[in-house]
Design a protein around this ligand. Structure first.
Ligand SMILES: [Zn+2]
Length: 220
């Protein structure tokens, strides 16, 4: 096949070097004509048939009303990678009353969580999800059991990650020195042990340990 193309497009001796038969403009014109023919005879009828099929289920109307959502469903390359924005925009923290000391501590933990995700994102190369290192998709996996975004808009809309705050672990079990965040992936709920997360460093260490070893010891 390559020899055939070469014969059509080039002339001359292979040893002395071949010269193209056509100028670039000729080639452009030929290519353009071939493309135009292909589009009018093959692609347009295919698209028309597709449209008839879509009309049968009233999908055309849905596509006209929600173009972006439908684009994501039909176009290959839909990006289902979880980033920090996706997680942060689906948080549903159960906070104490505004102005209380508990609420101040809880807000701090929300900030630590945000910093933690952003730091992971900044220090991870794009394709780190498959590696051993901690990554934003791995945090998502740990919290919810899935590492990708939700494909359906309806699922995306009802998707929430619930944050709970445990202020009382020392009262339940006096004299212990460490607690880890506890995750319930079935209900997308994470409970943070507030007294053990007084600064960013302690928050980060506990999160790293919980996510890395979480599957084996704190899943409920
Ligand atoms: Zn504790």
């Amino acid at each position: 096949m390559v020899a055939g193309i070469e014969k059509r497009l080039f002339e001359g001796d292979a040893k002395k070097g071949k010269t193209p038969k056509y100028s670039l403009n000729d080639l452009d014109n030929e290519l353009f004509k071939a493309l135009a023919l292909h589009i009018t005879t093959k692609r347009i009828p295919m698209l028309q048939q597709l449209r008839v099929g879509l009309e049968r289920y009233d999908l055309i109307k849905v596509m006209q009303k929600k173009p972006q959502e439908c684009h994501d469903l039909f176009v290959i390359g839909y990006d289902d990678k979880v980033d920090s924005h996706y997680i942060l925009s689906h948080l549903a923290p159960e906070m104490s009353p505004i102005g209380s000391i508990k609420q101040v501590k809880e807000s701090k933990i929300m900030e630590f969580f945000q910093d933690f995700l952003l730091e992971l994102e900044d220090t991870q190369p794009e394709d780190a999800a498959a590696g051993e290192n901690l990554s934003v998709p791995k945090i998502m996996q740990w919290m919810t059991g899935q590492a990708h975004t939700h494909l359906l808009v309806s699922e995306r809309e009802k998707f929430n990650i619930v944050f709970k705050f445990d202020h009382c672990c020392l009262q339940h079990m006096p004299n212990h020195t460490v607690c880890y965040p506890i995750v319930s992936a079935c209900t997308n709920t994470i409970t943070f042990p507030v007294v053990h997360m007084v600064d960013y460093e302690s928050f980060k260490t506990l999160m790293q340990t919980a996510v890395t070893y979480g599957a084996s010891f704190d899943r409920v």
